[in-house]
Write a protein that binds this ligand. Sequence first.
Ligand SMILES: [Mg+2]
Length: 472
Amino acid sequence: MKQIAAVVLAAGASTRFGECKQLLDWHGKPLLAHVTDVALEAGLQPVVPVLGCKATETLAVLGDRPVRTLMNWRWEEGLATSVQTGLTGVPPEADAALFLQCDQPLVTAGLLRAILRRFDQTGSPIVHPTHAGRRGTPVLFARRFFAELSAITGDHGGRTLIDRYPDQVATVPVSDPELLADMDTPHDYRRLQEASAKRVHGDNQSRIAVLQDIRHLIVDMDGVLWRGDKAMAGLKRFFAFLRRREMPFVLATNNSTSTPDQYVNKLARFGVRVSVETILTSALASAATLADIAPSGSRVYVIGEEGVRQALRDQGFNLNGEEADYVVVGWDRDLSWEKLATASLLIYGGAGFLGTNPDVTFPTERGPLPGNGALLAALEASTGVEPLVTGKPEPRMYEEALRRMDATPDTTAMIGDRLDTDIAGAWRAGLRTILVLSGISQQDDLASSQVKPDVVCADIEELVATWEQLDR
Ligand SMILES: [Mg+2]
């Protein structure tokens, strides 16, 4: 993974605008704080704000953000002095620096990540967004251009280098001009404020920049494709889109109670036909994990329903007898004291302890009920042994899904409704991440979450409508 720094150019006096733009209010935050937060959210490291005009006030708005703030005392001599100052704050281990202007408030973390990915994929030392063939900012420069950048004078910034090396440039096309718009006048400011207020779930353009690179999909089911026995809006359209694009997919669930056939049948009732090979449950992943460590025919004591039982039988395990060498625990709606007691004694006596998935709750119409993670916690408390868990966010499910599709993480996206499992695990596995707000995680959770998905949509219907724009 490459390390990319952000230089936030915030030293100028905004003479054309009439007041210091860095301090303008942007939905409750000073603009400088907003732009800095976008850079932090995109994972840029370090973030280097360069201050000059109104240094004391602008410094104060950064608060205790984890940034490397620098002062450019020569800011009146032009933008180039801020670029030079910013470069002194980029550490030697950084591969490149992305230069952000303080007056492009609609630039999103998603667009910044699309620029970083383009740099990663193409190796081009200069990357910038374009709209309708016209060059836009922010611009990324690789380290080998730092010396030349430092030598530029006046107000031209990096434009000179882009003109000098046209064949070294990679671009990220965006079709929405507002995304790259800057504010030269108070009128621009009001217009962009209105435009941004309409963008609840992130802008379309940065979504499209992410979606256009995706070739394979891992899709969670509960909360994404259906809620209980009700199909989500857009379900058939979503699968029709995948077929039209010939996009391979794996439907991956942490729920271990049902068998792949039962999921195929459930989708058939909703009018969607999928093959049984596209279904991956945490029960299958657990059985495969156990097959890696235990000889075929090993005796296994199971807490769980038909999904996990069948998966273990299919791997050749012996589910009879209580003198087992392994205990596998999946969600079990017939859980009893006797089952817990048997499992506990076996684990305490040295049997291997596996859990299908870590979800502590299971959402129902009645509210959140104890999930498999709660059963595992009970057994962990009584035995002092930690289970080997295979469901999301652990890597095993993602690895198995990638293997089935013969896919690599960089072209694969996970669509899920839970930040703590679907999205966190996919992010760690290096996949692109798409959160739908039709299940567990909501907009409020996003604000407090460390993990930020690449794309956020209300549901699969909105997602597919966005994606279809690429076909036009
Ligand atoms: Mg789900």
